[in-house]
Design a protein. Structure first.
Length: 617
């Protein structure tokens, strides 16, 4: 009897026989050589592209990003970029970063994102970034820019880089377009990856200004460059070989840019987008630099530069020539200042010109001197946040007393001096609070003017640091600092050091040249309570508050006087910008000055007690 199978079952039998003939058996799937295969893993969509940034162009945008951490188990085939505006969507695709989108509307802000695509599908879109395309600004007829650093296309000196003093580049311009109300400066370069890098972001320059000096100070408002977080000129320090070209552009603006981010977040791309609709014209100059002797990358320089990073945001910049590290800052701490002072002359902390060539010179190759150098007045070093460290004595010498004992220091061991400058006279305890106490056993909290490092209270092994009878230091080797000698802070006078054990920097003898007092000391030092310094969120004024149990006499110019009854008072001050700055600098008494503050004197209830006055330096 013949058995007839259903057609489908017959086909199954035939397939089974074929598999057996090819080496497949009841044991399951196998490779060509008979080895068992692993389980099949299903692919998924790729991960999310990372680090998206956008560069505005003329009716275009370039998007830069890095690949996702995972391709989903399937090769990424392309990237899709999309930029959305209120009435417009533009998209493109490509196989790698960057992606360029064209056909966009200048002056319109777009929200852009990128997603990766593999054979399975599209992954999650990246976080969006905002960007505003802008029309290319041709040089305005007659609007010209020049520099003492070199003619257009020339090589610039190392002084303007991290292999020199780190000075900002001098600029001069002429023939501004009609209607110019304000100016901005951008310094850019294109490193090897092709993305724009910003070295200088400066805005709020009055139209009456026609030049910026080397180490420009007080003119305009600094934004943050690509090597942030410092809002300052950031000297070129390229690590790659060959010549790099740096382009400086001055923009003539019809008004002030609207910036919808905090001042500490005004980057080159943010400012570039904000000034696009206001630009009446621009003028540019390009300079090049090729690194040969990389003093800015030497071990000694890096030790100082690396130490600065420990202070957190706003730390000082460091550039180095063959002999010195130039610690560049404005001398203002980011921690609280002036709180808790009980004896004062009512000076206040204001920014100082410790920039570039005027930065604090720290010897890179310190050596023990045959004879120590005494220091009984003024700076002995600089903390890693760029704030100078003084010896403990009052101005004029130790015979006039110890500032800490007299109650003239705040809770951080600092105060404002006669140049309305902030500095420490003892261990910078608020700065040190940013790290565990043991951190300062092996990491400098500052650098003395002889090039030796200043550490915390302990030796590297955690034992209390011994202090010799010479200058208050010891010869124990400490990492991250030069060998031969080091200083350690204590809570007993002289707190930091009593003399300089090494050969001092020229700054020890030339310290007075770094300070420019802008007013007479307003009072003879007197006792107060409840002193604090804060910022008024309503108008941005700094407010120094204090209470006096007795009446006191104050002065504004040195030739006037005001009698103040016992009570609570506030000194309000704010740096001038724009037209207000231009008006103050136009006064004959302020010739040659570059920065001004408006000062208001009030009692605790806000009633004016002295005329408002502008001080400039």
């Amino acid at each position: 009897m013949m058995l007839i199978r259903p057609a489908s079952q017959g086909i199954s039998v035939i397939l089974a026989l074929l598999l057996a003939a090819c080496g497949g058996g009841a044991g399951g799937a196998s490779t060509d050589n008979g080895a068992p295969q692993g389980p099949v893993v299903s692919a998924t969509v790729p991960g999310t592209p990372q680090g998206l940034t956008a560069t505005a162009g003329d009716a275009s945008v370039s998007l830069q990003f890095t690949a996702p951490a995972s391709d989903g188990g399937s090769k990424i085939l392309s990237y899709q970029a999309t930029c959305n505006a209120a009435q417009s969507t533009v998209s493109t695709s490509g196989t790698a970063s960057p992606l360029t989108l064209t056909g966009m509307t200048n002056g319109t802000t777009y929200s852009c994102s990128v997603r990766a695509v593999n054979a399975v599908g599209s992954g999650t879109a990246s976080s969006a970034v905002s960007v505003t395309p802008q029309a290319a600004q041709p040089p305005s007829a007659g609007f010209t820019l020049s520099s003492l650093a070199g003619t257009n296309g020339a090589a610039m000196a190392a002084d303007y880089t991290c292999d020199g003093t780190g000075s900002s580049i001098p600029l001069s311009w002429s023939n501004l377009p009609a209607g110019t109300k304000e100016l901005a400066v951008l310094m850019t370069t294109l490193p090897g990856d092709g993305t724009t890098k910003w070295n200088w972001v400066l805005y709020g320059i009055p139209a009456s200004v026609s030049s910026l000096k080397k180490d420009s100070f007080g003119i305009g408002i600094n934004g943050v460059g690509s090597d942030g977080p410092q809002a300052a000129y950031q000297p070129p320090c390229s690590q790659g070989p060959g010549a790099k070209v740096y382009t400086l552009t001055v923009y003539a603006l019809s008004g002030s840019p609207v910036l919808n981010v905090p001042a500490a977040q005004v980057t080159g791309s943010v400012l570039s987008a904000a000034i696009a609709p206001l630009t009446l014209g621009s003028a540019s100059i390009s300079l090049s630099f090729t690194r040969t002797t990389m003093t800015g990358s030497s071990t000694a320089c890096q030790n100082i530069r690396n130490s600065m990073a420990a202070s957190g945001s706003g730390y000082a910049l460091v550039s180095c020539d063959a002999n010195y590290a130039y610690v560049s800052s404005t001398g203002i701490a980011t921690h609280t200042m002036m709180n808790g002072i009980t004896a004062t002359n009512l000076q206040v902390p204001t920014v100082q010109n410790f920039l570039g060539a005027n930065g604090w010179k720290i010897p890179l190759n310190p050596a023990i001197a045959a004879t120590p150098t005494s220091v009984n007045d003024g700076p002995v070093g600089v903390a890693i946040n760029g704030v100078p460290i003084f010896n403990p004595c009052k101005q004029g010498g130790c015979q006039f007393g110890d500032t800490k004992v007299l109650g003239e220091l705040d809770i951080c061991n600092g105060h404002a001096g006669r140049a309305d400058d902030y500095h420490y006279h003892a261990a910078p305890v608020c700065l040190m609070a940013a790290k565990p106490a043991s951190y300062w056993d092996t990491h400098p909290l500052g650098w003395a003017l002889d090039g030796f490092a200043i550490f915390g209270y302990n030796n590297p092994d955690g034992t209390t640091a011994t202090r010799d009878n010479i200058c208050g230091g010891n010869t124990v080797a400490v990492a991250n600092a030069p060998a031969g000698y080091s200083y350690h802070v204590t809570d007993a006078s002289p707190y930091v050091l009593s003399c300089l054990r090494g050969t001092p920097s020229p700054d020890l003898a030339g310290q007075s040249a770094k300070y420019a007092p802008m007013r007479q000391p307003p009072v003879t030092p007197f006792s107060v309570s409840g002193m604090s310094l804060s910022t008024d969120p309503a108008d941005g004024y700094q407010v120094l508050r204090f209470t006096s149990a007795n009446s006191f006499v104050s002065t504004e110019t040195g030739s006037d006087s005001y009698t103040n009854a016992a009570g609570t008072y506030q000194i309000r001050y704010k740096v001038l910008t724009g037209s207000e700055l231009a008006a103050a600098l136009a006064q004959p008494k302020n010739a040659g000055k570059s920065i001004c503050w408006n000062f208001q004197f009030m009692n605790g209830s806000g009633t004016t007690t002295q005329p408002t006055i502008a001080y400039c330096r």
